[in-house]
Write a protein that binds this ligand. Structure first.
Ligand code: ADP
Ligand code: MG
Length: 327
């Protein structure tokens, strides 16, 4: 199981930003609506994610850290299956196998908080009393301390932090109702306030994508045949290239999909001013039965059962929005 943990870690834990992604997703799964991300040294020294979610009961702390050590992976076939499917249910165990991990939590119905620790390979888990409000904090220190080859692959503090910043941005765009903050080396870097009302969404978007984007963006929201597309896109003549500002979500999950990109590119077509790329934040919503999501954590691929329909819908909605844009 140790071997499995470390192989799993190689897949899930590519760099500090992947740890942040897994841990923030856990916080979201736990129903948190306030999540704080504290980073030191680009995440090489410390990644701390604190939430106000449901928490983990004392008796389940150890289990949460040792998922597939206890059950799932016992044979090579299991391992192969995990390698091809990705590692759902294994994130904490994987991260714990390549770091020093402290998990502190208090569910609402528990009077006091408890803490469990894991350190690298031996996954020796100790449980002790702690102090914590309702919710969970995961602290990951010295990432890859026991896998020097991997540690060497870490880039500069600035680069690793930029990846973390991007992960937080993507999540901020996928969950408007959740407040997210990001600190680096003790300094507040991002503060994305919750936008629970549609009228607050522009503000949130401005915080994540910058005031320039929201200042000129076209707003759209269309529904047809059970498909809904909403969001923001830059007008075709946007003066500045914002190639890095391209976000597409399918049923709330960030995706980079060929079909989506093709439909978007085609809609801009010749309208696009030379030397510019469109900027967009788009949300496609459809019956979950109409789409398969590749579960591999590193991929963001989808397959639409009615690909043509989806493509044409997106194309038409965007063309309409671009045509309606004030000249
Ligand atoms: P998965 O999320 O796929 O179940 P993880 O290894 O990421 O696997 O987490 C293991 C388990 O630990 C989760 O299923 C959940 O029960 C618990 N857990 C992890 N993080 C949190 C959190 N922030 N709040 C509440 N429970 C959590
Ligand atoms: Mg998880």
């Amino acid at each position: 199981a140790r071997l499995a943990n470390q192989i799993a870690a190689g897949e899930v834990v590519e760099r500090p930003a992947s740890v942040v992604k897994e841990l923030v997703e856990n916080s979201l799964d736990a129903g948190a609506d306030r999540i704080e991300v504290d980073i030191e040294r680009g995440g090489a020294k410390l990644l701390r994610i604190r939430d106000n979610g449901t928490g983990i009961a004392k008796d389940e702390l150890t289990l949460a850290l040792s998922r597939h050590a206890t059950s799932k992976v016992s044979t090579l076939e299991d391992l192969e299956q995990i390698l091809s499917l990705g590692f759902r249910g294994e994130a904490l165990a994987s991260i714990g196998s390549v770091s020093r991990l402290v998990l502190t939590s208090r569910p609402a119905e528990q009077a006091e908080a408890w803490q469990a620790m894991a350190e690298g390979r031996d996954m020796a888990v100790k449980v002790q009393p702690a102090s914590h409000p309702q919710g969970t904090t995961v602290e990951v220190s010295d990432l890859f301390f026991n896998t020097p080859a991997r540690r060497k692959f870490l880039r500069t503090e600035k680069t690793e932090f930029a990846h973390i910043d991007e992960v937080v941005r993507r999540i901020a765009l996928s969950r408007f109702e959740v407040s997210l903050s990001l600190k680096h080396n003790g300094k507040p870097v991002r503060q994305y306030r919750a936008a629970k009302l549609p009228s607050q969404q522009d503000k949130r978007l401005a915080a994540v994508c910058g005031p320039a984007f929201i200042g000129s963006a076209l707003r759209l929201d269309s529904e047809h045949h059970g498909l809904r597309l909403w969001g923001w896109l830059s007008p075709a003549d946007a003066a500045r290239s914002q190639a890095d500002l391209q976000y597409t979500y399918v049923n709330g999950r960030m995706m980079r999909d060929k079909l989506l990109n093709h439909a978007i590119r085609q809609a801009y077509g010749e309208r696009l001013a030379p030397d510019t790329s469109p900027a967009f934040v788009l949300y496609l919503e459809l019956d979950p039965g109409q789409v398969d999501v590749n579960v591999h954590p590193a991929k963001h691929e989808v397959r639409f059962h009615q690909a043509r329909l989806v493509h044409d819908f997106i194309y038409q909605v965007l063309v309409q929005a671009l045509e309606d844009a004030p000249a």
